[in-house]
Design a binder for this molecule. Structure first.
Ligand code: IMP
Ligand code: MG
Length: 179
């Protein structure tokens, strides 16, 4: 694996290895397995960033589950615009279901601060939030996060689903921008 990479006009250094990521994913799955034993949650990953995390997470789930992706976008370049530019796909019948929203990373929290109430309005039995990464110093909203893989500083990262202007999502590791 590369120690440093370049994507567009920025350089990044290796920050979280694949092994560290997968350990955090499997620990989170253990907690979800305990909390949802005997239930059939509807796993709702938020595209695009969470596709890789969601895929690894559900492989570790032992409860029955369904999976349905939704799409939201509030990012341009390396900063969140704070505006939800789209929310596509939450047309599944969520009434009475136990929903787990799955995010790659929570930064300002604006995306989920809109998606959580929009989901609750559809009449589910419960809504919980699972994120692989969380930047506590960037949080600008009052958001309950039920499952956090890792807390990280307020620095821009790419890899494992996360992109820099569309690039880097395919990387197995997570890289941090070099200022
Ligand atoms: P929020 O609405 O500010 O919490 O941002 C959430 C979304 O912004 C995440 O789902 C990511 O897609 C994107 N995002 C936040 N931080 C980063 C980062 O460091 N690198 C890449 N994408 C990020
Ligand atoms: Mg995302």
């Amino acid at each position: 694996m590369e120690q440093t990479i370049t994507l567009g006009d920025k350089s990044f250094r290796l920050y979280i290895t694949e092994q560290q990521i997968l350990a955090a994913v499997s620990q989170m799955a253990d907690r979800i397995n305990q909390d949802y034993a005997g239930k059939t949650p509807l796993i709702v990953p938020i595209l695009n960033g969470s596709f890789m995390f969601a895929s690894d997470l559900v492989k570790h789930l032992t409860c029955r589950c369904e999976i349905s992706f939704i799409k939201a976008s509030s990012y341009r370049g390396t900063t969140s615009t704070g505006e939800l530019t789209s929310l596509i796909g939450i047309n599944e019948d969520v009434k009475g279901r136990d929903i787990i929203l799955v995010e790659d990373i929570i930064d300002t929290g604006h995306t989920l601060a809109k998606i959580v109430p929009a989901t609750e309005a559809l009449g589910p039995a419960s809504v919980k939030v699972a994120t692989l990464l969380f930047k506590p110093k960037a949080l600008k909203t009052d958001l309950r996060i039920d499952y956090v893989g890792m807390e990280i500083p307020n620095e821009f990262i790419v890899g494992y689903g996360l992109d820099y202007d569309g690039l880097g999502r395919n990387l197995r590791e997570i890289y941090q921008v070099i200022a």
